[in-house]
Design a protein around this ligand. Structure first.
Ligand code: HEM
Ligand code: HEM
Length: 163
């Protein structure tokens, strides 16, 4: 990547990382309400107020994820990111880079497709939207395993600098 490098992540970037983590947990909790609200919209049948609140929480949290991921990328291209540590094997750094790239791609694509489905009422787009959920969970699991491996096995400061 041609972006400049720096010693530490910016505070903004660290804050946005953990905000996105919290919002993905919110999506994990609220997605069933969104599915029910969407079904109601598709069939023209009213849903309870509780389901509607849950559905709107999904839309708001998802839109915030889109904004936060976008801001992180701007910050990263503007000010760079700290270098990957030298003491880990090359293959592992490449797995990290590819995982990060794919996570960013899904964090931008998924909410965009969700919003597009919502505003057009198109169920096919909604299906593309939900398709990315399982890949996101698998990538996040890989990412967390990598972060823990950096800390406990390779004993780098990668986890500490994201704190
Ligand atoms: C990164 C952010 C988001 C994530 C991780 C996410 C995740 C999910 C998940 C897991 C489901 C249910 C999948 C299922 O059980 O089949 C879902 C459904 C849905 N989401 Fe999102 N969502 C996000 C953002 C959004 C946004 C911003 C909107 C905008 C309106 C949205 C609209 C929808 C709709 C309409 C459905 C129902 C689709 C259906 O039942 O076919 N999502 N989302
Ligand atoms: C929904 C969950 C998560 C998502 C979507 C996510 C996403 C990301 C992304 C995209 C990056 C790459 C930053 C960049 O190169 O610009 C990153 C970095 C990082 N994440 Fe996560 N993350 C999640 C959860 C976690 C958790 C639970 C941990 C801790 C166990 C963690 C630890 C880290 C660390 C240490 C870095 C910095 C890596 C480095 O400096 O090379 N992440 N995260």
């Amino acid at each position: 990547m041609l972006a400049p490098t720096r010693d530490r992540w910016s505070r903004l970037n660290v804050y946005l990382h953990w905000l996105i983590v919290a919002l993905v947990v919110v999506q994990y909790i609220d997605h069933e309400w969104m599915v029910q609200m969407w079904d109601g919209e598709q069939h023209g049948s009213p849903v309870s107020q509780g389901i509607a609140y849950g559905g709107w929480l999904h839309i708001i949290a998802g839109s915030l994820i889109l904004g936060a991921a976008f801001l992180r990328l701007i910050d990263r291209f503007w000010s760079g990111r700290p270098p990957h540590p030298d003491q880990v094997p090359n293959w592992s750094t490449w797995v990290a880079k590819i995982t990060h790239f794919l996570i960013y791609a899904i964090l931008l694509l998924m909410p965009s497709l969700g919003l597009l489905a919502w505003f057009t009422g198109d169920d096919t787009i909604a299906h593309y939207h939900t398709f990315f959920w399982t890949p996101l969970l698998i990538l996040v699991a890989l990412h967390i395993a990598g972060a823990l491996m950096q800390h406990f096995y390779y004993r780098t400061d990668v986890l500490r600098r994201m704190a």
